[in-house]
Design a protein around this ligand. Structure first.
Ligand SMILES: NC(=O)c1ccc[n+]([C@@H]2O[C@H](COP(=O)([O-])OP(=O)(O)OC[C@H]3O[C@@H](n4cnc5c(N)ncnc54)[C@H](OP(=O)(O)O)[C@@H]3O)[C@@H](O)[C@H]2O)c1
Length: 355
């Protein structure tokens, strides 16, 4: 092997890592940094593959595991200097694992946010996806990814709201909300969403919501809920927590069901600064059931979910909306966008490099 071959056997790869914890506020370039590492293709350990990243999903939970507070109440935290991992899709470019071949398109819930990575498929639960399938790569990360799965678990596996129920969904124009609204409509529910701009209100109506309101321009959350739910709320899918959750408890019907998916309005605050919910007493009088869930506890239902969502997708009953950011350098902006409400739909980083 001459010196030219040796040069080609090494790949330079940029990767995002956690430089310092983020106890409060939105992550900045002080917390998340890009660095370059080298991968020697001649020295891939057995049972490993080299993957080239193609798409990475940006999900709000990533921010929650950058606080450095490992209290056992949520997912394990990223460690300082650790490469960030997220739901992602890539292509195998070298393989020393018999189940994977060069050229395979693969997906993992813990894909390194790096241009290239050496990974052990069994550790990342790497699975192959068919590039010829009618499902686009972006849809694998949205409708068939964490957001679509969280929506399906809330509506189909946990909530199962009845036909004609009055359903309210917050952060309705995000990845979870867009899918949850469509699933609730397929069940024959009356579905209203809240979101942060008039443009997103319009989008929600295009995605089948019966109606939606802009919480930033509402006189108060209570006033908006009185207007949109004159007959009360039967089912609430909470994606934001805080003041909206409190307002909802003033409008619940008897035996209402509240499913807590996320509380994005609270993620950037230390817990002692978070909004308390002052009217939990209403849950007693109205015999309300409130329950949180983690999609990770429903992996045994992933097959049912994927089959149903793929069918809906092919039948045109469920559609998705993506916001594509270009290039690994855009990861920080993409993450910030979900906290500034500037995203319309599921945020995905598309890597510039050709597969
Ligand atoms: N339990 C689980 O297993 C699970 C799984 C997936 C997701 N989740 C949770 O589900 C929720 C939605 O996730 P997603 O993937 O749909 O998010 P997303 O697509 O990233 O959208 C997040 C949206 O939240 C809204 N938002 C941001 N800051 C807000 C604030 N301070 N107050 C009110 N709204 C705010 C923004 O829309 P607006 O324009 O409406 O402000 C933003 O577009 C998150 O809380 C997430 O953590 C939970």
């Amino acid at each position: 092997m001459d010196s030219q071959d040796k040069v080609e056997e090494t790949i330079e790869s940029r990767e995002w890592y956690l430089a310092s914890y983020v106890p409060e506020g939105v992550p900045t370039s002080d917390h998340l940094k890009l660095r370059t590492s080298s991968i020697s293709l001649a020295q891939i350990p057995d049972s490993h593959v080299v993957v080239k990243a193609l798409y990475i999903s940006i999900d709000p939970y990533l921010r929650d595991i950058m606080t450095g507070i490992d209290d056992g109440l949520y997912l394990p935290q990223f460690q300082i200097n650790q490469v960030i991992k997220a739901y992602g899709i890539g292509r195998v470019i070298r393989s020393k694992e018999s189940n994977f071949s060069e050229g395979d398109f693969v997906l993992s819930y813990a894909f390194p946010v790096a241009e290239y990575s050496v990974v052990q498929p069994s550790h990342l639960l790497l699975r192959k996806i068919d590039p010829a399938s009618e499902i686009s790569f972006a849809d694998y990360l949205s409708t068939l990814g964490p957001a679509g799965f969280a929506a399906w678990v809330a509506i189909e596996a946990i909530g199962n709201p009845k036909q004609g129920s009055n359903v309210f969904i917050s952060a309705a124009a995000g990845g979870v909300g867009i899918h949850a609204g469509q699933l609730a409509k397929l069940k024959g529910c009356h579905v209203i969403g809240s979101t942060g701009s008039d443009e997103k209100v319009k989008l929600l109506k295009e995605f089948g919501y019966d109606d939606a309101f802009n919480y930033n321009s509402s006189e108060s959350y209570d006033a908006a809920l009185s207007k949109y739910f004159p007959n009360g709320i039967d089912f609430y899918l909470d994606n934001v927590g805080g003041k909206m959750l409190e307002a909802v408890l003033n409008h619940v019907n008897r035996k209402a069901h509240i499913v807590l998916c996320g509380m994005i309005s609270q993620y950037n605050k230390v817990w002692t600064e978070r909004d308390g919910i002052r009217n939990l007493l209403n849950m007693i009088g109205k015999e309300v059931k409130m329950e949180g869930y983690m999609v990770g506890s429903f992996v045994h239902r992933f097959g049912d979910f994927a089959k149903e969502m793929e069918t809906y997708k092919k039948q045109g009953k469920i559609s998705s909306k993506h916001v594509l950011y270009n290039g690994i350098e855009s990861f920080l902006d993409g993450l910030g966008s979900v906290f500034s409400s500037s995203n319309m739909g599921k945020v995905i980083i598309q890597f510039n490099s050709k597969a």
